[in-house]
Design a protein around this ligand. Structure first.
Ligand SMILES: O=C(O)c1ccc(O)c(O)c1
Ligand SMILES: [Mg+2]
Length: 634
């Protein structure tokens, strides 16, 4: 389908917005009146600039407070409209969005409003302009799509149709299934926006917190499914008013926007293909069908090949090595051409690097997670999907002998490598020399650790939603709901994403007030968590290796005694080893402990899951943060 974006969704001047939309691959834009009025370019030149970039101007908007006025008001409004029709001729825009009257004086007489809309359509027709009438969620008289459609149907003019905006419908809990009753050719325009749930005035919610489909709490796939079933074949257009996007780099925002539409179309295309396989003829078979673009399949059996940590020689690297050794890792191999060490322990592999492979950020030298290695059977397909999702490709110097490893940069700067391999064989390991030191735990016997359970990545505030959509779409993960944790240094928002089989789990954190972007606040750390089958044995082994687990206060264990039925002996063993505990509603259990903070903002975690526990111990995060803070203050 054709893809458009409203200029209001991007920062900068009108020309910058057009360039960003074109660079991300959009076909068209909605020109927001404020952007045009503030531009030094005459409409004719805006049209030329857009055309030069390959962009159409799919909509001009908004035209406000037109209908439901008295007769004198109607004449004034028609005069106002004529001026806009002239402008649209110059601009090369053929659709004008008219939003429902939000003025307190709007009259509640449907017959009058419909007749007035018809007058507007009659006036627009000679200019070749179409009127798309949109019900604002806070419209004075018309605030639902059902009502806007009743007026449009009653006015009955070929130049008049409705504009559907997902926010105005879903924010009020409207049922989008009714859209199927509108003939597709009377839906003149479709605006898509998601949003997080908020108990807030609709207008404030809409003007500040909209986000791209897939980043909020609404079901945009379901919504769009209804619109397509109605027979709509026009553009999918993003109209997102968002305080962060207004201030962010428009090129990044436009790429994020395009990614969200790629994912949305892909989901709809897959549904349609599944329907065909099921052989069910669509109930609306007579309606036109929009063409939907599909993405290459996401990796289905992905697991962690490795986590890469960068640390400086003569700085944090020494400490990282000491902690890895205490956790049972051995430095088994070295990369053939780069200063990268492979540390392994049974099934767990960690790369320790003294250089930064990331694109998005400059490494400040403190030990940090800089890359994730994702093991996939078909790395080329994974890389192609990432490229189609506009993931920036990481340039690689590569020895001809080295494996076909492609990498992309996530929004937080973390490199994501697609490593050819599977449980049967690890082609990517050939990039490293032969095993120089035997992995003490090769084969898993007596290994304290069994796998990489998850990786925790602190995110820059401006790119949190972008990062969640990126990891989700590129790696084919499913996001959990967002959680908020009251950390010692402020509120932290956390959102985890996981693959269906739990092979890949990523927890993203962000400071709710945008603090700690350098990861130096206690809430701003990154970590890698390792799975094990016996958390106490792992903690005791680490202690025997010379690193004590992060101490957890007695108050925590007293509280645990009050709210759980854990046996006293288990509780005491937890207290002695700094082991924390969580339980899910269905009886799954989670035991976990932490290493001290290494070099300011990196730590490791060891976890044991039982009974299908699927979380991350979020209930204990604030205690962990306070403990790391106390430890660093010592
Ligand atoms: O917030 C507004 O006023 C506004 C204007 C035009 C739109 O299409 C819309 O959805 C909201
Ligand atoms: Mg709108």
């Amino acid at each position: 389908m054709r893809r458009s974006i409203a200029t209001v969704s991007l920062s900068g001047t009108l020309e910058e917005k057009l360039r960003a939309a074109a660079a991300a691959g959009f076909d068209g834009v909605e020109v927001f009146e404020n952007d045009l009025v503030a531009s030094p370019l005459p409409p004719r030149e805006v049209r030329a600039a857009a055309a030069e970039l390959g962009l159409g101007i799919d909509l001009y908007q908004p035209f406000r407070d037109f209908e439901g006025v008295d007769d004198a008001g109607l004449e004034r409004n028609l005069r106002r409209a004529e001026a806009k029709f002239e402008l649209m001729l110059e601009l090369g825009a053929d659709t004008l969005l008219v939003c429902s009257n939000a003025a307190p004086a709007a009259l509640g007489d449907d017959a009058r409003a419909a007749a007035q809309l018809r007058r507007l359509a009659e006036a627009a027709a000679p200019y070749g302009v179409r009127i798309a009438y949109e019900a604002l969620a806070w419209g004075r008289r018309v605030d639902t799509y059902e009502h806007s459609w009743r007026l449009v149907a009653e006015a009955d003019h070929p130049s008049l149709g409705v504009c559907l905006d997902s926010f105005h419908i879903l924010s009020k809990g409207g049922d989008p299934a009714g859209i199927r009753a509108i003939p597709g050719d009377k839906i003149f325009f479709l605006q898509l926006a998601d949003a997080p749930y908020m108990a807030m005035d609709l207008l404030q919610w809409s003007r500040h917190y909209r986000c791209f489909p897939g980043q909020g709490a609404f079901d945009l796939t379901g919504f769009t499914r209804h619109v397509l079933a109605a027979g709509y074949t026009g553009p999918l257009s993003l109209e997102v008013f968002n305080d962060v996007f207004r201030a962010a780099d428009p090129h990044r925002t436009a790429a994020d926007a395009m990614r969200s539409l790629s994912v949305l179309e892909d989901a709809l295309a897959r549904e349609r293909a599944a329907e065909r396989v099921g052989g069910e003829p669509g109930a609306d078979g007579a309606r036109p069908r929009a063409s939907l673009t599909r993405l290459p399949d996401p990796p289905d059996d992905a697991g962690y090949a490795f986590v890469e940590v960068a640390a400086q020689e003569g700085g944090g690297a020494e400490r990282v090595r000491a902690v890895l050794a205490a956790l049972g890792f051995s430095h088994t191999r070295d990369h053939r051409s780069k200063p990268v060490q492979l540390w392994s322990s049974g099934g767990v592999r960690l790369l320790l690097s003294s250089t930064d492979p990331r694109l998005g950020h400059t490494w400040d030298g403190d030990a940090a997670v800089t890359a994730l290695g994702v093991e996939v059977a078909e790395p080329e397909r994974a890389a192609e999907r990432a490229e189609r999702l506009l993931a920036p490709t990481l340039p690689r110097r590569r020895d001809p002998a080295e494996s076909r490893m492609n990498a992309v940069a996530a929004p937080d700067g973390t490199a994501v490598f697609f490593c050819p391999g599977s449980r049967e064989g690890r082609e990517w390991l050939a990039d490293f020399g032969a095993e120089a030191v035997r992995d003490r735990h090769a084969g898993g016997d007596g290994a304290p650790l069994s796998a990489i359970d998850h990786v925790g990545l602190f995110q820059p505030f401006d790119h949190f939603d972008e990062a969640a959509l990126f990891y989700r779409s590129v790696l084919g993960l499913t996001p959990d709901e967002s959680l908020e944790v009251a950390a010692p240094d402020g509120l932290v928002r956390s959102r985890a994403l996981a693959g269906d089989d739990g092979g890949l789990r990523i927890a993203l954190n962000v400071s709710v007030l945008g603090r700690g972007a350098r990861w130096d606040a206690a809430g701003g750390a990154q970590h890698a968590a390792f799975a094990c089958d016996d958390v106490f044995a792992a903690a005791e082994a680490m202690r025997a290796g010379g690193v004590a687990p992060l101490p957890i206060p007695d108050n925590y264990y007293d509280d645990l005694a009050a709210r759980t039925d854990l046996a006293p002996a288990v509780r005491e063993r937890m207290r002695a080893n700094g082991v924390l505990y969580d339980r899910s509603a269905d009886g799954g259990e989670f035991f976990h402990f932490y290493t001290p903070m290494l070099d300011n903002r990196l730590f490791f975690e060891v976890v044991q899951r039982t009974g299908g526990y699927r979380g991350y111990g979020a209930a204990n995060t604030a205690v962990r943060m306070a403990a790391h803070r106390a430890e660093q203050a010592r």
